[in-house]
Design a protein around this ligand. Structure first.
Ligand code: PMP
Length: 452
């Protein structure tokens, strides 16, 4: 018997009741990808209020590299609860706040002196990174890329791509944000090789420094080394390299947003390490704190100290509970055997997905780095026309079969895999079997029937 155990229809009656109350009580603006209400979770398993147990390949949107309710993290938070729930780092210091900052200074790429700012959410961290870069350079321009996701606050929404889902109706947006094309090799113009396309993208990047903004007016270039919401697209190495060079050349702050691709997801602690990239600032969040709200900006000490005292942070920034959770999560993820497991997980997912791609014309691309793998769905492999309805049907189908999956991509036509990185072989295999059976079911339904 597997781990998945469905004892009612999905969603069951209790879930339906709670979700109906949610819909009545909460704004629909906070989206809802599944119709289940969850009672508890452990490792890679989630149990809903009707007693149905699912395998979780969404991991709280990449928040749970160490799995749900990682026992050392739960113990540390319980222990901290008895001592100090809140102080406010603006009012006083407490050791866990300092330990997390020291850890981040130690484990992030580069051996230069570093400092850290702790914040509550990824968006806040990106926004703080922009403020730091502007204070340091005394410039305003921020370069971002198509397909990027940096958050939902006004500044980070302005930096985010994918207008309809994240931005429509919410303008005016922040000024001095310049967006450049991102070299997605899968969607390069027909007839060009990947190398030619990357070369053109670099030319375009340099051209933008004349056509759009002078480098002397740019405070920061912000890039996800592997795009997350954009559909798990690793940035081509020469492109990232050129950005690094341009930043050095013109005193621009290079900010790597590793909120989704960091903390083990790509099989290294940071995706930047795959590229030998040392960004000036790095933003982290999600899996860093194993499910508790904590995010950070870490980077060159001189840049980090540019803002005046009082210019950064907030009431909750660096909550003691989140800090002790982060210490446990970071110390687990940084272990070589943990990262080795992440690579095994990624290899298993990739192997299954590439096998499926060979059999199903609706899979256009299987890509990613380490365990950060996504599958892109298209109406056919030649036209590459994005197929969002199939992804919607597929994620609904996997849930019916006891597997939680979520979408990604500029066209919402990808399924991304974000399981705990310490998932067992049994749960991984069972989840992948369900994924495969669900594709088969969705493909069978979309086959033209006789008489159609
Ligand atoms: N940057 C990246 C790369 C992200 O993936 C996300 C979240 N998906 C954010 C920033 C924003 O993080 P948060 O939702 O914690 O504000």
């Amino acid at each position: 018997m597997g781990a998945i155990n469905l004892v009612t229809e999905v969603p069951g009656p209790r879930s339906r009741e709670i979700v109906a109350r949610r819909e009545a009580a909460m704004t629909r603006g906070i989206g809802k990808l599944t119709p289940i209400a969850v009672e508890r979770a452990e490792g890679s398993l989630v149990t809903d209020v009707d007693g149905n147990t699912y395998i979780d390949f969404a991991g709280g949107i990449g928040m749970l590299a160490v799995g749900h309710n990682y026992p050392p993290l739960v113990d540390a938070v319980k222990d901290q609860l008895d001592k100090l729930v809140h102080m406010c780092a603006i009012v006083g210091s407490y050791e866990p706040l300092v330990v997390v900052s020291e850890l981040l200074n130690e484990v992030t790429p580069g051996d230069h002196p570093k400092k850290t700012a702790l914040l509550n959410s990824g968006a806040e961290a990106v926004e703080a990174a922009v403020k730091i870069a502007r204070a340091h350079t005394k410039r305003q321009g921020i370069i971002v890329f198509e397909g990027a996701y940096h958050g939902r606050t006004n500044m980070t929404m302005s930096m985010t791509s994918k207008y309809k889902l994240f931005k429509s109706g919410f303008g005016p947006f922040a000024s001095e944000v310049y967006r450049l094309p991102f070299p997605n090799p899968y969607r390069r113009p027909q007839g060009s090789t990947e190398a030619e396309f990357i070369e053109w993208s670099i030319w375009n990047l340099e051209h933008a420094m004349v056509a759009q903004i002078d480098p002397e007016a740019i405070a920061a270039i912000v890039i996800e080394p592997v795009q997350g919401e954009g559909g798990f697209i690793p940035t081509p190495a020469p492109f990232l390299q050129r950005i690094r060079e341009l930043c050095y050349e013109h005193g621009i702050v290079m900010i790597a947003d590793e909120i989704q691709c960091g903390f083990g997801r790509t099989g290294k602690l940071f995706a930047s390490e795959h590229y030998n990239l040392v960004p000036d600032l790095i933003t982290t969040g999600k899996s860093m704190a194993g499910g508790t709200p904590l995010a950070a900006v870490t980077g060159r000490a001189d840049i980090m100290d540019a803002p005046h005292p009082g210019g950064l942070g907030g009431t909750y920034s660096g909550s003691p509970l989140a800090c002790v959770a982060a210490i446990e999560s970071i110390n687990a993820i940084r272990q070589p055997q943990f990262l080795a497991r992440a690579n095994e997980v990624g290899h298993a997912i990739r192997t299954v997905c590439e096998g499926l791609q060979a059999r199903y014309g609706m899979i256009g691309d299987v890509r990613g780095l380490g365990a950060m793998i996504a599958v892109e769905f298209v109406t056919n492999q030649v036209s590459k026309t994005p197929d969002a309805p199939t992804v919607q049907a597929l994620t609904a189908e996997t849930l019916q079969r006891g597997l939680i999956t979520i979408r990604a991509g500029l066209y919402s036509n990808c399924v991304r895999f974000l399981p705990p990185l310490n998932i067992s072989d049994e749960h991984l295999e069972e989840g992948l079997d369900v994924f495969e059976a669900s594709i088969q079911a969705v493909a069978a339904r979309s086959m033209p029937q006789a008489g159609d």
